[in-house]
Design a binder for this molecule. Structure first.
Ligand code: NAP
Length: 310
C-alpha cells in the first residue's frame, strides 16, 4: 500500500493552498480530488473579492494559477473519490487509512478540504427536472437560456452574482427571495437592481416547479399573504446555500448538525493529526480568501504535528 506523510482531500482553493504550503515544507504529500481541481468557486464565472486582481479575475484562470503553483513544487495530485477514513494504531503512533475509488492509502496526517456543494431547494418537481431546466450553475448552463426567461432563487452572494451573469443570456431574470433583506453584499444587490433584465419577487418562496418534460413554470407563494402566483419560465436556477461534503467522515470526526466539521484555532479536528479548512468546516464566512488562510494554518499545523515541532 502506498504511504504518504500527508494526504490532502480536495483540490479547491483550500486544498491547493494546503498543497502549496506542504510542498514548500517538502512534506511527502498526495492531493486527492474526486471531480476536477478548482472546487465550487469555478461554478461562478469571475471572482471580484480575491485581493490582488482589480476588476476581478476569471475563477478558472485563478484556479489554473493555484494548480500551476502546486505543480511547480512537484506535489502529487490524483483523481479519486475518498469514501472512508480509518484510524489505525501502529506501535506508539497513529496512521490513517484513506479508502478511495483508486484503492487504499496510508498517511500520518490528513488535511480535509473537501468543500461543499449546492443545497437543494427540496420542492416538488425539482429533482425530476434537473438538467431539464433546473440548474445549480449559471456558468455551466447560462448559454442554454439565451433570450429565455428564468427564475432564480436565493438572496446570497452566489444568487445575486449569478443573476447578473445570467442577464447576459436570458431576457428576463426573476430573483425570488424569501425576505426583503439580502444576505448578499450591497454592491452586488445595487448592481442587480440597476440591471433592466433583472426583477425581484421578495417575501416569496417556490412551492412547486412545473413542467411535463421541461420546466414550464413555477408556483410562488408570498410568505406574508400566502397568495400563490404562477410564473412562466424556461429555467429555474437554485442558489440557496451550501451543504458540506463530509458524509464519508461522519463516523470518525466531530461535525455539527448541518454536517460542517468543527475545528480548533490551529485547524485541527477532533482527531489528532487530522486538520480541516475551507467550505467543509463550521465558520462565519465562506470566501476563497479565508479558505486559503485556513489552509495555510492547517498545513503549518500538519508540519508541526509530523515533525514534532511543538
Ligand atoms: P448563502 O450566503 O448561505 O445564501 C443562501 C440564500 O438562500 C439566503 O439568501 C437564504 O435566505 C436563501 N435560502 C436558503 N434556504 C432557502 C430556502 N429553502 N428557500 C428559499 N431561500 C432559501 O449561500 P450562497 O450565496 O450560496 O453562498 C455560500 C457561501 O459562499 C456564502 O458564505 C457566500 O458569501 C460565499 N460566496 C463567496 C463568493 C466569493 O468568495 N467571491 C462568491 C459566492 C459565494 P435567507 O437570507 O433568508 O437565509
Amino acid at each position: 500500500m502506498q504511504q504518504y506523510d500527508l494526504i490532502i482531500i480536495g483540490a479547491g482553493p483550500a486544498g491547493l493552498t494546503a498543497g502549496l504550503y506542504a510542498g514548500r515544507f517538502q512534506i511527502n504529500t498526495l492531493i486527492m480530488e474526486k471531480i476536477s481541481f478548482g472546487g465550487q468557486i469555478t461554478l461562478s464565472s469571475t471572482i471580484e473579492n480575491y485581493p490582488g486582481f482589480p476588476g476581478g479575475i476569471s475563477t478558472h484562470e485563478l484556479m489554473d494559477k493555484f494548480k500551476a503553483q502546486v505543480d511547480e513544487l512537484g506535489v502529487k495530485t490524483q483523481d479519486s473519490e475518498v469514501t472512508e477514513i480509518i484510524p489505525e494504531k501502529q506501535g506508539a503512533g497513529i496512521f490513517y487509512r484513506v479508502r478511495s475509488t483508486q484503492g487504499d492509502y496510508l498517511c500520518k496526517a490528513l488535511i480535509i478540504a473537501s468543500g461543499a456543494q449546492a443545497r437543494r431547494l427540496g420542492v416538488d418537481g425539482e429533482e425530476r427536472l434537473i438538467g431539464r431546466g433546473v440548474s445549480y450553475c449559471g456558468t455551466c448552463d447560462g448559454p442554454l437560456f439565451r433570450n429565455k426567461e428564468v427564475v432564480l432563487i436565493g438572496g446570497g452572494d452566489r444568487a445575486v452574482e449569478e443573476a447578473i451573469f445570467l442577464s447576459g443570456y436570458a431576457n428576463k431574470v426573476i430573483v425570488v427571495h424569501r425576505r426583503q433583506e439580502f444576505r448578499a453584499s450591497k454592491i452586488l444587490v445595487e448592481r442587480a437592481k440597476n440591471n433592466p433584465r433583472i426583477s425581484f419577487v421578495l417575501d416569496s418562496v417556490v412551492r412547486k416547479i412545473c413542467g411535463e418534460n421541461r420546466v414550464e413554470s413555477v408556483i410562488l407563494s408570498n410568505v406574508k399573504s400566502h397568495r400563490e402566483t404562477t410564473v412562466e419560465c424556461q429555467g429555474v436556477f437554485v442558489f440557496v446555500g451550501i451543504a458540506p461534503n463530509t458524509d464519508f467522515l461522519k463516523k470518525v470526526l466531530q461535525i455539527n448538525e448541518a454536517g460542517f466539521i468543527i475545528t480548533k484555532p490551529d485547524q485541527e479536528t477532533s482527531l489528532s493529526g487530522v486538520f480541516a479548512c475551507g467550505d467543509c468546516i463550521e465558520k462565519s464566512l465562506y470566501q476563497v480568501v479565508n479558505a486559503c488562510g485556513e489552509a495555510a494554518v492547517a498545513a503549518n499545523s500538519a508540519h508541526k504535528y509530523l515533525f514534532n515541532l511543538g
